[in-house]
Ligand binder design. Structure first.
Ligand code: ASP
Length: 340
């Protein structure tokens, strides 16, 4: 019998509204289990591991990613697939981080959750959990897992996690991967889009558990008060600055802004350029307004999402020597970025 490890971290799926305030609060896994008797009907062995205190995903940080990555690593040989129940708010960050932390995966890791709690009659949680488990157990005739990467299952669609963003706070269709096609669709049958699935070149799982948070993220906007922002950009306290720029990677040519970036790079900092647009990629040099970035050695983040860029930067800082980080940031490591 195939074995699935179900990791419960919290999120709306397991919440119930507080009698006094009406605000949603997390409950333990027993509450969830009581609402999904279907979990016992699978022809699978499902083992559950739960955070001691289930969390709203706004509370999740790299220490929680470390716990999840180490649980998966410890259980890797004994299980066929992993399903993580997680709040939707930061699910794309967790999924992106895990994709770098668990390189070499040959088994599925699927995050899911819901927009409505499991106790609500119209909940989307039941279908999400049940199909995520089914996908995590799916294998081909040779017994190999069909999915061998970190993904998000939500509202009939399976997305590559490090390409995803939460796009809706109220629709059941809460996630999208505008720069990458779906990995699978669940209709009457589960349809796998095999040509879109990631396959690792690594021979075995290479887990890492440490990330380094010395990253700044600036979303540019017209009229941005550079002097205020400048105060936060101190090397070596900050090692990587991510700029979320306009269109295909453009920015204003304000001398104070350019001088600040130049100085940061001269001191040893790295700057990664990603776009504010939901889809499409940075193309430095396409417009006059991005030629300065090219000139001073800003790294093009191509079509990386903000979530994938931030977690990639944290991974690079903690796990790679300084001279390898720039090349790593611009390469496609686990399917997070389209090159060329
Ligand atoms: N605030 C919740 C969370 O991210 C939202 C959800 O799960 O849908 O934990």
């Amino acid at each position: 019998m195939r074995k699935i490890l179900l990791i419960y971290t919290g999120g709306t799926i397991g919440m119930i509204s507080n009698a006094q305030s009406g605000a949603l609060e997390s409950l333990d896994f027993a509450h969830l289990n009581a609402h999904i008797p279907e979990l016992n009907r699978f022809d699978l062995e499902i083992e559950v591991k739960s955070f001691d205190t289930p969390l709203d995903s706004s509370e999740i940080n790299p220490l929680h990613w470390k716990v999840i990555a180490s649980w998966i690593t410890e259980a890797y040989d004994a299980f066929d697939g992993f399903v993580i129940l997680h709040g939707t708010d930061t699910m794309s960050y967790t999924g992106s981080a895990l994709s770098y932390m668990l390189q070499g995966l040959r088994k599925p890791v699927i995050l899911t959750g819901s927009q409505l709690p499991i106790g609500i009659i119209r909940t989307d949680g039941k279908e999400n959990i049940i199909t995520a488990i089914e996908m995590a157990a799916a294998h081909n005739e040779n017994g190999e897992a069909i999915l061998q990467e970190v993904a998000i299952y939500f509202e009939s669609s399976l997305f590559r996690a490090n390409r995803s963003s939460k796009i809706s706070a109220h629709q059941f269709r809460a996630f999208a991967t505008p720069n990458y096609p779906l990995l699978a669709m669940a209709g009457v049958q589960i349809e796998w889009y095999k040509e879109n699935l990631f396959r690792t070149p690594l021979l075995e799982l290479q887990s890492v558990f440490e990330l380094d948070k010395r990253v700044l993220f600036w979303q540019l906007f017209p009229g941005m008060p550079i002097d205020l922002y400048a105060k936060s950009l101190e090397f070596p306290q900050v090692q990587i600055l991510i700029l979320e720029t306009f269109g295909v990677g453009n920015a204003f040519s304000e001398p104070a802004f350019q001088a600040l970036l130049q100085e940061f790079i001269t001191k040893g900092g790295l700057i990664l350029n990603i776009t504010q647009c939901q889809s499409g990629a940075v193309q430095q040099g396409a417009y006059q307004t991005s030629t300065f970035f090219e000139k001073i050695g800003v790294i093009s983040g191509a079509d990386l999402t903000a979530e994938a860029a931030l977690t990639k930067a944290m991974y690079a800082l903690a796990n790679l020597p300084q001279q390898q980080r720039a090349a790593f940031l611009k390469s496609n490591i686990v399917g997070e970025l389209s090159v060329g």
